[in-house]
Design a protein around this ligand. Structure first.
Ligand SMILES: [Fe+2]
Ligand SMILES: [Fe+2]
Length: 169
């Protein structure tokens, strides 16, 4: 998704986050397959923004929460350390993303946006979203990830489970 394909209003909402050096670093994080974390988050954010706007909801929170929903610490594919099930990426990255969002973008955060980020992995993370905007982001995330989900063999990528042969050397 190129910036020229995005609406002016949307870009005004997210511009400062997109240009921030810490967020720019996500251009180097592989997410699912060839897609970077930056591209994935942008696609989820713009999808959620468009839906929320159409529904007359808080589209700014959908855009910002969507953009920050996978703002986790480090590329999970590079992690070779053995972890217990509930310490794996799928279970912990939403919390990491919320923590980083408060750290780098406190002026953009509030309780609703934190809920959007924390609950986006529902139902893997069992606590359901509290707000409509959180539901929109979790559904947009799944929709954008369909490339990965359409082949059941790749489901582990969506939930963030590493398969040995896919780990980067
Ligand atoms: Fe995620
Ligand atoms: Fe995601």
């Amino acid at each position: 998704m190129k910036n020229k394909d995005l609406s002016k209003e949307y870009l005004n909402i997210v511009k400062n986050i997109l240009e921030h050096p810490e967020f720019q670093r996500r251009k180097e994080y592989p997410h699912h397959g060839e897609i970077t974390v930056y591209d994935h988050c942008l696609a989820v954010s713009y999808t959620a923004y468009c839906i929320a706007k159409k529904m007359g909801l808080d589209y700014e929170s959908a855009a910002i929460g969507g953009l920050l929903h996978d703002f986790y610490d480090s590329p999970w594919q590079e992690c070779t350390e053995k972890k217990k099930l509930f310490e794996k990426h799928g279970f912990v990255h939403a919390k990491e993303a919320a923590k980083n969002s408060w750290k780098y973008f406190p002026e953009y955060m509030n309780e609703k946006r934190e809920d959007i980020i924390l609950r986006h992995m529902f139902p893997l993370n069992v606590k359901p979203p509290k707000y409509m905007e959180s539901w929109i982001v979790t559904m947009s995330d799944k929709y954008v990830s369909l490339e990965v989900l359409k082949d059941i063999k790749h489901l582990h990528r969506y939930v963030g489970f590493n398969k040995k042969k896919e780990r980067r050397k």
